[in-house]
Design a protein around this ligand. Structure first.
Ligand code: FES
Ligand SMILES: [Fe+2]
Length: 369
């Protein structure tokens, strides 16, 4: 199946109503051509989440990251603004900073070109005196950023419309959780053997909760209580409702209604950010597709309750990591299956269980067609 045929099916399937919704063919997940198109139309031109604002609370705090081979520095400047700079030296292209930390300047390790926190070139040893040397033409490029819910998003090509405007409906759904005040207490990353879209779909459907997560999540958020909510321009999601007899789980913000206390809100800010917020915590994944068949999964948990005990934190983290391991194992099985020549498409389950897969196709059709 070539690119045109795959996109033709995406167009056809997303014009149907949900009663006729079907899964996309395996080539949608295994095609190098689709992956190339996604890099340009999605990863470079849409909002991609890089981390939490509390990772860089003070001027000079920074962390480095990568998005489709673009090394980036996320930094809080002396003016207390968050900026995303290219982490590539203007001289002869070395990556400048590593890891995270606090600094007044960024010094390239190769020949010590030195940049301010805003990306201006401050010093270029021995070259400064060249008459044709214009340091203003050697500043590090900066990229568009937006902060939403305590998350920092970047748009590499600067063409994406305002993220906050796209997420207006979602902001209302989750406002009582005060996610922007939650502090990251767990961070992990690993590479999963599947196409990135398999992972986004998996996180966003409740159909597998009672099977893949029989031991970990079924008693808390069983498949049968999943409830789809309508997608908005820049998001989609579902409620993962707790059984009536479940005891209170941890602390809650007093703003939360009884209904809100008794469910998780699972949401995606596509293309590469999925999360679940419940009570006083949010768990999230930043997807970093590395190849068509591998995705780096950066993930974390942030909590509102600064007094949370080590035991409670460990319980939350252990459950999260166990479910991630269950998903990773299952998704590698899916991706092995997707390489078969004899796999066709199939009907999707009822909207409350698999509706978000169809929502995701809609989002992708809007960007790729
Ligand atoms: S490459 Fe950075 S100073 Fe030469
Ligand atoms: Fe899962």
């Amino acid at each position: 199946m070539n690119l045109d045929e795959i996109l033709g099916m995406l167009s056809n399937y997303t014009q149907r109503n949900y009663a006729q919704a079907r899964s996309m063919p395996p080539e949608f997940y295994t095609s190098e051509e689709v992956f190339k198109l996604e890099q340009e139309r999605l990863f470079r031109s849409q909002w991609v989440c890089l981390g939490r604002i509390q990772q860089i609370p003070n001027p000079g705090d920074y962390f480095t990251t990568n998005l489709i081979d673009e090394p980036l520095i996320v930094v809080r400047t002396n003016a207390n603004e968050i900026k995303v700079l290219s982490n590539v030296c203007r001289h002869r292209g070395s990556v400048i900073a590593d890891g995270s930390g606090n600094s007044n300047v960024f010094v390239c390790p190769y020949h010590s070109w030195t940049y301010s926190l805003n990306g201006e070139l401050r010093h270029a040893p021995l070259i400064d005196k060249r008459t044709d040397f214009d340091r203003n033409r050697c500043r590090l490029p900066t990229f568009s950023i937006e902060v939403w819910g305590g998350f920092i998003y970047v748009n590499l090509d600067g063409t994406a419309p305002s993220l906050a405007a796209q997420l207006g409906g979602l902001s209302k759904i989750i406002e009582h959780y005060h996610m922007d005040e939650m502090i990251e207490r767990h961070a992990e990353e690993s590479i999963w053997d599947c196409n990135w879209k398999c992972l986004a779909e998996n996180f966003m459907e409740g159909y597998h909760l009672s099977t893949v997560h029989r031991e970990t999540l079924h008693d808390i958020t069983p498949t049968r209580l999943s409830k789809h909510f309508p997608a908005g321009e820049g998001y989609f999601g579902f409620y993962s409702v707790f059984p009536d007899d479940l005891p209170q789980r941890g602390e809650y913000h007093p703003d939360l209604t009884t209904e809100e206390r008794n469910r998780s809100v699972m949401f995606a800010v596509p293309p590469l950010h999925v999360a679940g917020v419940a009570g006083h915590k949010v768990g999230y994944l930043y997807l970093r597709p590395e190849t068509v068949s591998t995705v780096r999964v950066k993930r974390g948990i942030a909590v509102l309750d600064s007094e949370i005990s080590d035991v409670d934190l460990k319980n939350i983290t252990d459950t999260f990591e166990r479910t991630m391991a269950e998903d990773s194992t299952q998704l590698s099985r899916v991706f092995r299956g997707l390489k078969s020549r004899y796999l066709d498409t199939a009907p999707l389950g009822p909207i409350n269980y698999e509706g978000n897969v169809h929502d995701f196709y809609h989002y992708l059709a809007g960007k790729l067609l």
